[in-house]
Design a binder for this molecule. Structure first.
Ligand SMILES: NC(=O)C1=CN([C@@H]2O[C@H](COP(=O)(O)OP(=O)(O)OC[C@H]3O[C@@H](n4cnc5c(N)ncnc54)[C@H](OP(=O)(O)O)[C@@H]3O)[C@@H](O)[C@H]2O)C=CC1
Ligand SMILES: O=C(O)[C@@H]1CCC=N1
Length: 272
């Protein structure tokens, strides 16, 4: 891997996920610097990953080849404006924020920048993440490769051509771990209501979810509908359960949730 000096601005959940993936895949930890206002997350990153940490965005960014903007969208403008006093012409800027468009970053920095928008997800932390990538404007193959390699240390990557497509990535992969967690949460709550031991229920649910995902991955020639049908015996137990989901309009609900997710990203693009 092309090892560059990295600086994460913001040391929350996603920085932890991406930096963990990098360190686990052998990235030199002394080349990674994370900044954050509060001290607890920095202490934890130092202890767990042995990366550099500080409160000083400007010094960390000045020293880095690649700046990864990893704050919540409502802090992004202030962070970019703070960094805009630096000469950023030789730096690659990667943002992981939802919603904020490439053009907004140009406004915030008020100088020419080399920007790649990405949309990772939390499973990046354990190497099974999914990250969408969007290169704004004229970006060299080397810069694309640097970004791709960084994100690949956390799992799969997919380049998209437009920012609208990146909003679809949010609905399908950035936010979707939460949908699956909600589904599992609901199953566990139902099991608890039925009196099943929580540890036993969790083992059953997590292994079934892992198995279902692996079945999809390892059988690319089968549609997800075929995989579902293979579980569903005529007149059997699964058919009863699926019937309950279909009667509750699960497909409409999922479509609504994904449309709302994309709509929120579009709204954020106007808001920030
Ligand atoms: N969570 C997810 O699943 C995903 C999130 N994203 C995107 O990632 C970004 C970060 O999300 P996430 O990691 O969940 O958020 P977190 O709140 O966990 O982390 C953001 C961190 O930024 C810090 N921060 C706030 N202001 C500054 C500043 N001025 N300078 C430096 N650091 C600052 C916060 O500090 P403090 O300790 O004071 O709170 C916090 O630790 C968001 O833009 C989100 O859209 C993208 C994909 C998936
Ligand atoms: O909820 C959010 O806005 C962020 C983006 C994708 C996952 N979490």
């Amino acid at each position: 891997m092309l090892e560059k000096k990295l600086c994460f601005i913001g040391a929350g959940n996603m920085t932890r996920s991406i930096a963990s993936g990098l360190v686990k895949s052998g990235y030199t930890s002394s080349l990674i610097h994370a900044t954050n206002p509060s001290v607890e997350k920095l202490d934890a990153l130092k202890r767990d990953l042995n990366i550099k940490v500080s409160h000083d965005n400007l010094t960390a960014a000045k020293d880095a080849d690649v700046i990864i903007l990893s704050v919540k969208p409502h802090f992004m403008q202030a962070v970019c404006e703070e960094l805009s006093v630096l000469d950023l012409s030789q730096k690659l800027i990667i943002t992981i924020a939802a919603g904020i468009t490439a053009n907004r970053y140009k406004d915030y920095f008020a100088q020419e920048i080399t920007l790649i928008r990405t949309m990772p997800n939390t499973p990046t932390q354990i190497g099974v993440g999914m990250t969408g990538l969007f290169a704004d404007g004229d970006i060299s193959q080397e810069q694309k490769l640097i970004c791709e390699q960084l994100m690949k240390s956390g799992g799969e990557v997919l380049w998209v051509e437009t920012e609208e497509e990146l909003n679809q990535v949010i609905a399908l992969a950035g936010s979707s771990p939460a949908y699956f967690f909600l589904f599992m949460e609901s199953m566990l709550a139902a099991a608890k209501d039925s009196g099943l031991d929580e540890t036993k229920a969790r083992l059953l649910v997590q292994q079934a979810a892992l198995g279902a995902a692996q079945m999809v991955i390892q059988n690319p020639e089968l549609t997800t509908a075929q995989l579902r049908e293979n579980v569903t015996s005529k007149g059997g137990t699964t058919a009863q359960a699926i019937n309950a989901f279909e009667s509750g309009n699960i497909r409409g609900l999922v479509k609504q949730a994904m449309d709302d997710c994309v709509a929120r990203a579009q709204e954020m693009a106007k808001q920030y």
